[in-house]
Design a protein around this ligand. Structure first.
Ligand SMILES: NC(=O)c1ccc[n+]([C@@H]2O[C@H](COP(=O)([O-])OP(=O)(O)OC[C@H]3O[C@@H](n4cnc5c(N)ncnc54)[C@H](O)[C@@H]3O)[C@@H](O)[C@H]2O)c1
Length: 340
């Protein structure tokens, strides 16, 4: 059993902890944080299913003052773990890396860190082999993770020369107040980083795109126009997406009208917090323009990076040297693809 510690028990960290706890070949040693939050209060109310470690002495004091049971300090638990999943607020991971280096512990960082925090910018399907044995991985952001899943699926089926994307980006996570109550679209400088990141991981594809922030919390929406190397029909594209264990193909006529339908459906399925590890592609959006293929993807931003992060554990600890085998195990333990 490899020993995994989650540092930063926020939106992503809570979900990483739950995902690791489900892996039969991994042990979740605990979670570490610096301040009491609603997530930690809920953990306490659930009877502390995960041990809590404090980021440092000061954090231990404030966590204990807030009524939290603290099992020790981050520096005390680090020597006992094989790998850290760092899901702290963007930029904190780079600071924490000094500690991970001090104790010789491997780590996987999330999308908010700069790329140079890690040896490999990682995606479980598109470049798993590059992560094998690596000490520091950085996961792609939520949009990039989902986007690459879909583009890699097409790339493996037909080869992809070029993609152009539009991202309608949710402006905050559910429960966030710090971004204000907004009713406006905000346009970003192009090309959007997700297209640039895709080219870093899949350098054989030319990518560009535009991003617009929108006042929505349940998911981002990406439209993709992909130029395949060999002609592929819309039906074959849909069939390829249907075969993929992390892509759910949905239809308007079945009631999946948009982001809110998917969130409701995940809750109806009894998924914790309405989480979805999979991205969704609407069958109704798959169209052709000449040779080009266009389609629309739903990105559940809070949970989409969890499977690829777990793939990262398998790669960094050389648990599997074959990416196909690795993603299969992660998918099995997370119950992915069961809807097919
Ligand atoms: N929220 C999303 O939709 C989303 C999606 C994909 C990737 N990401 C990335 O995941 C990372 C985490 O984002 P988030 O949304 O979960 O943030 P968050 O603010 O919800 O959680 C961050 C947590 O880290 C804790 N923390 C801060 N400093 C710490 C320290 N020194 N030691 C231990 N814990 C510390 C905070 O108390 C908080 O609980 C970022 O890199 C972000 O860019 C976020």
């Amino acid at each position: 059993m490899v020993k995994v510690l989650v540092v930063g028990y926020g939106t992503i960290g809570q979900r990483l902890a739950d995902g690791v706890a489900l892996q039969k070949d991994m042990e979740l040693v605990g979670v570490a944080d610096a301040a009491v939050s609603l997530g930690l209060r809920a953990l306490r109310e659930k009877g502390m299913p995960y041990r809590l470690y404090a980021a440092n002495g000061q954090a231990a004091e404030s966590l204990r003052a807030g009524g939290m049971e603290v099992s020790g300090l981050l520096e005390e638990v680090l020597p006992t773990v094989d790998i850290v999943l760092d899901a702290t607020s963007a930029g904190v991971g780079a600071q924490n890396k000094k500690l991970y280096e001090k104790y010789g512990v491997k780590a996987i960082f999330q999308g908010g860190e700069k790329n140079d925090v890690a040896d490999v910018f990682f995606h479980g399907y598109a470049n798993y082999e590059k992560g094998v044995g690596a000490d520091y991985l950085k996961l792609t952001s939520c949009n990039t993770t989902g986007l690459i899943r879909a583009v890699d699926c097409l790339d493996k089926k037909a080869g992809v020369e070029k993609v152009a994307i539009t991202i309608v980006r949710r402006v905050a996570d559910p429960g966030d107040y710090h971004r204000g109550l907004v009713n406006a679209l905000q346009v970003d400088q192009a090309p959007t980083h997700q297209a640039v990141d895709l080219m870093t991981i899949m350098p054989h594809i030319d990518a560009t795109g535009i991003l617009v922030h929108t006042p929505v919390t349940h998911g981002h929406f990406i439209t993709v126009v992909a130029t395949p190397k060999t002609d592929i029909s819309a039906e074959d594209v849909i069939a390829a997406f249907k075969e993929h264990d992390r892509i759910r193909v949905v239809r308007l006529e079945d009631g999946f009208l948009g982001n809110a339908s998917l969130f409701k459906y995940a809750r109806d399925l009894g998924r914790p917090r309405g989480d979805m590890y999979e991205i969704a592609v609407w069958e109704n959006t798959v169209v052709k323009s000449g040779k080009d293929i266009m389609f629309g993807i739903h990105i559940p931003q809070e949970s989409v990076t969890i499977p690829e992060t777990i793939d990262g554990i398998r790669a960094a600890l050389s648990m599997d040297t074959d990416g196909g085998e690795a993603v299969k195990k992660t998918n099995e333990y997370l119950g992915l693809g069961t809807w097919k």
